[in-house]
Design a protein around this ligand. Structure first.
Ligand code: ADP
Ligand code: MG
Length: 573
């Protein structure tokens, strides 16, 4: 049309397109999942907008998705009658990437196909994945509520630019047409497409329709007439997915594969979930939740602005993605769906922030998540270890954020310790307590910048000699964690580098007497050293902590830990 203009893709899109086509080739079939998922989102968004303005349905409230293919033209088309897009929305949605952390994500891409494909998968490939299999993509779309003349046409070959213009479009919604590459003919096949839909998109609540061969009708036409060898192929429009939202179905009827494919649908993760918990609750609160523990940390786990949270539905109507109000920050890695019957359909993010029902739901979902982790730790320790290696550092933020669940979280923590000296954090506090020596009252730990530094700490010498286990802490959050943990099963935590070390009942009488004698004998020497070092240290004492090293530094009982001091120094404090 006359108004068509050429535009450049944003630089990030160019980079992503290039890398995606190269590294996702072995996963190419996911493009269909992405396009169907967008179509389903568009249907959800229309249903949500129509809650306020029924006229948006334009007398067609029957939301659906349709797949068509043309073997001769080698095209595959995904059509929806969802919300559609305006001209400006097309330009920004199909020409830029607006997600925070995009630059960081692109930086992490290494050129290693396998690693990159995992990262790209986590980032969410979305619409652009169409270019893995197509050398040209055309979009025709019209926003619900706008005039047919306000349709938008978009077209690109996926290299550096796209065209955008106006088009007449009678039906609201979006049509995405792929001109498949020569070598991608496999997608022009009814059974291939049926399989893909049932593999990736079976559980979305919108029906996916396709024209399929109608063998019955062909047979009927042929009848008993043996001579009538050739009958023209006949087709019928058929629903090729189950079209019931997965979480609304009965647990006992859902297979593991279905749970996993639903997980991939909502998380965009290429990897399977580690475990999940699906619950329908009736009573004071009425809701259904389906919570997943991922198996891999996302690339932006440490990005403060990263998207997190659950998909929120109210009475089966989609309300929003990334509702963060239903889980605490230290469980931000969780994925899932919450479908509430108690919230109002016109709930907004602002309302969620101080809603009583939401905070009750948060308490319930937090407990559910911690229970799920507890169960995994007990029944599948290897799986739990895998979880811990990915997300343990985040869970360590828990005791500071969630006072009420401190004990429960403490039970889930894992540490490195002198028990194995291994760097892997695989010692539970429960195990530590069971191994405590007779007369031992505290749980001992040492914190340092690295595992090796902790392991080499001179403070450990006396503990080694006596065979007492010490936790070896070297994560940045560890001292922060210890500041909020205080005790486990009534055993206080004790930093062995802090203050006067009182081993209490662990020292026998004879040792104590010997120590007192040495203290006396060295009194004048320590006083002299203290005077020399007056400007640098608070005090000089003889010590019984060391067996090999001549001297060590300790911090005062109530002073900040050494690791914390370094952290603050690094932050310029
Ligand atoms: P995501 O779905 O994660 O947002 P995509 O790359 O898949 O990312 O899509 C980008 C955006 O383009 C979507 O957020 C949506 O706004 C828009 N979009 C894509 N497909 C459709 C569609 N079929 N109907 C309406 N909007 C769409
Ligand atoms: Mg998408």
């Amino acid at each position: 049309t006359a108004t068509t203009e050429k535009r450049e893709f944003q630089t990030e899109v160019k980079q992503l397109l290039h890398l995606m086509v190269h590294s996702l080739y072995s996963n190419k079939e996911i493009f269909l999942r992405e396009l169907i998922s967008n179509a389903s989102d568009a249907a959800d968004k229309l249903a949500f907008a129509a809650l306020e303005d029924d006229s948006l349905y334009e007398n067609d409230g029957d939301l659906r998705i349709r797949i068509d293919f043309d073997e001769k033209k080698k095209t595959l088309t995904v059509t929806d009658n969802g919300i559609g897009m305006t001209h400006d929305e097309v330009v920004s949605n199909l020409g830029t990437i607006a997600r925070s952390g995009t630059a960081e994500f692109l930086q992490q891409l290494s050129g290693d196909r396998q690693k990159d494909s995992r990262l790209i998968g986590q980032f969410g490939v979305g619409f652009y994945s169409a270019f893995i299999v197509a050398d040209k993509v055309e979009v025709r779309t019209r926003k619900a509520g706008m005039a047919p003349a306000e349709g938008v046409f978009w077209s690109s070959e996926g290299s550096g630019e796209f065209e955008v213009g106006q088009v007449e479009k009678a039906e609201r919604g979006t049509e995405v047409k792929l001109f498949l590459k020569k070598e991608e003919k496999e997608f022009l096949d009814e059974w291939r497409l049926r399989n893909l839909v049932s593999k990736y998109s079976d559980h979305i609540s919108v029906p996916v329709m396709m024209e399929v061969r109608d063998y019955e009708a062909e047979a009927a036409e042929k009848g008993d007439d043996e001579d009538k060898k050739k009958v023209e192929p006949k087709y019928k429009l058929e629903k090729i997915n189950t079209a019931t939202a997965l979480w609304t179905r009965d647990k006992s009827e859902i297979t593991e594969e279905e749970y996993q494919s639903f997980y991939k649908h909502i998380s965009h993760d290429f990897n399977e979930a580690l475990t999940w918990s699906h619950n329908r609750v009736e009573g004071k609160l009425n809701y259904t939740s389906l919570l997943y523990v991922p198996s891999k940390a996302p690339f932006d786990l440490w990005n403060r602005d990263a998207q997190r949270g659950l998909k929120l539905y109210v009475q089966r109507v989609f309300i929003m993605d990334d509702a963060e109000q239903f889980l605490p920050l230290y469980l931000r890695f969780m994925k899932g769906v919450i479908d509430s019957n108690d919230l109002s359909l016109n709930v907004s993010r602002e309302i969620l922030q101080n809603d009583k029902t939401v905070s009750s739901l948060k308490t319930a979902l937090t407990k559910r998540t911690l229970d799920m982790l507890e169960k995994m730790a007990k029944k599948k320790p290897e799986q739990y270890q895998q979880f811990w290696d990915e997300f343990g550092q985040v869970l360590k933020e828990g005791p500071a954020e969630d006072f009420a669940n401190r004990e429960k979280i403490a039970g889930l923590l894992r540490f490195a310790s002198t028990h194995t000296a291994d760097e892997t954090q695989n010692v539970a506090l429960k195990g530590y307590v069971e191994r405590m020596k007779e007369g031992q009252k505290a749980i001992y730990y040492v914190a340092a910048d690295s595992h090796n530094a902790a392991l080499g700490s001179p403070h450990l010498e006396v503990f080694r000699k006596k065979g007492i286990e010490v936790l070896l802490l070297s994560d940045r959050v560890d001292e922060w964690l210890m500041g909020h943990l205080n005790e486990f099963e009534d055993k206080p935590f004790q930093d062995i580098a802090k203050g006067e070390l009182d081993l209490g009942d662990l020292e026998d009488e004879e040792e104590k007497k010997k120590h007192e004698e040495t203290d006396k004998a060295f009194e004048s020497l320590t006083a002299q050293i203290a005077k020399e070092l007056e400007d640098d240290v608070k005090d000089v004492r003889t010590t019984h902590r060391l067996t090999d090293s001549p001297a060590c530094l300790v911090v005062g009982e109530h002073d900040m830990g050494a690791q914390m001091q370094r952290l603050l120094e690094a932050a310029g404090q």
